[in-house]
Design a protein around this ligand. Structure first.
Ligand code: SF4
Length: 647
């Protein structure tokens, strides 16, 4: 029998809705969900070929134990595999304490998966060593929003793209990385030719092709640009003084700093003409609605938090926030990095946007979970977690749904860390990732089309994900694996509360607990349920009990979730940092995406059609730099950065 099942695309943070067609237990096709608010039926090439990725050949189908590192694997039953894992983790915890183990998880897990991982580490084991690959992409955005607006909440919606009069894209290349968002930008330009699009990016990217003004700034000079634009806004009387006085604090201190960021000085720092900086500021300041879209170009930096604050300042200074077509809109990289943030899936966060450093927040979570306390000591963040693995401070690590042996920076050190670890568990859908080489125990997880739960996209929109088919072999859902392991670990550690802490028989029970943890918080979803999401479709948070709809736009009343209700300007300064070139290292290397591939390609790399546009990653270089090095297009080039060399 033919059916259609509602799900989402598992790639980028746009979070497009899908209808998966199935017949006799197999996926036979898919189409974009015309009712999903994120994409209204559209899909990019990656999403449109998801049905071609369902190939059991590449899947991890049974638990396996590695007999020797780099050698053969032995198939296990789930009982034996999880008992072994529980015994090894329990022994390590008994001998070396809770902080000797860690969990490294992923923005591609569903919210319910994320929730139980977090509760396992922070609630049962008593360690905050749980971090995620979202650390690499979104932690600067989290901190930037919290520093300025008071909460980790993108205030905009995709609908704002169509209502904006100026779109300022900075450190993002949505034409490649968020294709359906880019379709909205194209729609907006087609509907309103007067729409001004500014793109700040060192490269002339695919997104820059649509720009009315491209600012090819030097890598790492983002804050100089934002401060320079604020300088112009102040000098030309384009600051909304009424908004600043009524709804913000800290403006005068920042205004003092940006006095020195004249267009001429900033032109030197950024490597773009002063007139272009003035033009960008004038367009931004004089429009009725200015919208910023930004992503990894701002986030992945040694001063990523301040990059985010710098662009948010432009909105606070001009009042371009909390109204249609306006606001600072951080685009999420991964499909459920937002959901992970909601349940506190980082080493310094707790459920429902609570802070680990806040004793009252720790007490609230302990009360919700029915445990004496949540440990106060911050856990290791992603990079430090692997450093601690290498030194032996962390001895056992559980990795889920991510491939650090390919994707973390400083690869040689990461691989040494995995080699040095006493015990590595990998919970994965795919059998052949680079990290699998280092795993002592491999646990097969369900993947796209098989999972059920919820995800949250860039615009705070929660979608119910339904399974279309069974996972292959003995693969189990991520949340199920964690819950089963937690109960077994509890037995080994004589922690009788484990069964009470992990009573779940379905992801819905986990969702309901997570929902309760948000009561009264900025992301309150106490009005949502699986039934409502299934009947009425995806909903944006907050959606408190009694509400009839989520919030399309935040801060419309100018009240922010800070102690005094005011948004904050932060003193940010341009600094010459790691991005700066030196005579020994004269070229900046920027990483980007391939439009039709996703992350380490464990899924997209199985679809021949996705190699049609680009068949391999390329190094692009300015023709002058190539000439100086005797390089011609198509040559192989060696690249080194002082840490490592490729080539
Ligand atoms: S990759 Fe992103 S833009 Fe493309 S279909 Fe998936 S969610 Fe939508």
């Amino acid at each position: 029998m033919q059916t259609e099942v509602k799900s989402t695309c598992c790639y980028c943070g746009v979070g497009c809705g899908l209808l998966i067609e199935t017949e006799n237990g197999a996926i036979t096709g898919l189409r974009g969900d015309p009712e999903h608010p994120a994409n209204r039926g559209r899909l990019c090439t990656k999403g449109a070929t998801l049905n071609q990725t369902v190939n059991p050949t590449y899947r991890l189908q049974f638990p396996e134990r590695r007999i020797s590192r780099g050698g053969a694997r032995q198939r296990l039953g789930w009982e034996g595999a999880l008992d072994e894992a529980a015994e090894r983790f329990a022994a390590t915890i008994r001998q070396h304490g809770p902080d000797s183990v860690a969990f490294y998880i992923s923005g591609q897990l569903l919210t319910e998966d994320y929730y139980v991982f977090n509760k396992l580490a922070k609630g049962l084991i008593g360690t905050n060593n749980v971090d995620t690959n979202s650390r690499l992409c979104m932690s600067s955005a989290v901190a930037g929003y919290k520093q300025t607006l008071g909460a980790d909440a993108p205030p905009c919606s995709y609908a704002d793209i169509l209502q904006a009069k100026v779109i300022f894209i900075s450190g993002a290349n949505p034409a490649v990385a968020h294709p359906i968002v880019f379709r909205y930008i194209e729609d907006a330009k087609a509907a309103n030719p007067d729409l001004k699009i500014i793109v700040a990016d060192p490269r002339r990217t695919e997104s820059a092709e649509i720009a009315d003004l491209h600012l090819p700034i030097k890598p790492g000079s983002d804050i100089a640009l934002f401060n320079g634009m604020l300088h112009v806004l102040i000098a030309e009387g384009l600051v909304d003084r009424g908004y600043v006085e009524a709804h913000t604090s800290g403006f005068e201190a920042l205004a003092e700093i940006v006095k020195t960021y004249s267009p001429d000085k900033v032109a030197g720092l950024c490597g773009v003409p002063a007139e272009a900086i003035v033009q960008a500021a004038r367009w931004f300041g004089t429009s009725d609605a200015s919208l910023s879209l930004y992503c990894q170009g701002l986030n992945q930096s040694t001063h990523g938090t301040h990059n985010n604050a710098g662009i948010i300042h432009l909105h606070l200074a001009t009042g371009h926030i909390g109204k249609p077509g306006a606001g600072p809109f951080s685009l999420t990289g991964q499909p459920n990095a937002m959901g992970g943030r909601e349940v506190g899936g980082l080493a310094n966060l707790l459920s429902a946007h609570r802070d680990l450093a806040n004793p009252a927040h720790r007490a609230e979570v302990a009360r919700l979970w029915g445990i004496p306390d949540v440990p106060a000591k911050p856990g290791k963040s992603a990079v430090d977690l692997f450093k601690a693995l290498k030194t032996g401070e962390i001895k056992a690590v559980w990795i889920a749904c991510t491939n650090p042996a390919q994707s973390l920076p400083n690869q040689a050190a990461v691989r040494e860390a995995l080699q040095a670890a006493e015990y590595v568990v990998l919970q994965e859908a795919y059998a052949n990732t680079d990290t699998a080489e280092y795993a002592d125990l491999l646990l097969p997880a369900s993947g796209w089309g098989e999972k059920h739960g919820t995800v949250t996209n860039s615009e705070r929109c929660i979608t119910r994900v339904q399974p279309a088919i069974q996972a292959p072999g003995e693969a189990r859902h991520d949340w199920e694996i964690v819950v089963d392991f937690a109960r077994r670990l509890g037995e080994k550690l004589d922690r009788t509360e484990a069964g009470r802490l992990f009573p779940y028989a379905s992801p819905e029970e986990i969702f309901n607990e997570h929902r309760e943890s948000t009561r009264g918080r900025d992301l309150d979803i106490t009005g949502l349920s699986y039934a409502l999401l299934e009947a009425q479709g995806p909903q944006q948070w907050p959606y408190p009990e009694g509400a009839s709809a989520g919030k399309v736009r935040l801060y419309e009343d100018g009240i922010f979730p800070t102690a005094d209700g005011r948004a904050r300007f932060v003193a940010v300064e341009h600094k010459s940092t790691a991005e700066a070139t030196t005579p020994e290292l004269p070229i900046s290397l920027l990483s980007g995406r391939m439009r039709d591939q996703w992350h380490g390609m464990s899924r997209t790399g199985t679809v021949p059609r996705l190699f049609n546009v680009e068949d391999e990653p390329l190094l692009a270089m300015h023709p002058c730099d190539m000439r100086h090095r005797g390089l011609e297009s198509g040559d192989l080039a060696g690249v080194s950065n002082g840490r490592d060399a490729l080539g």
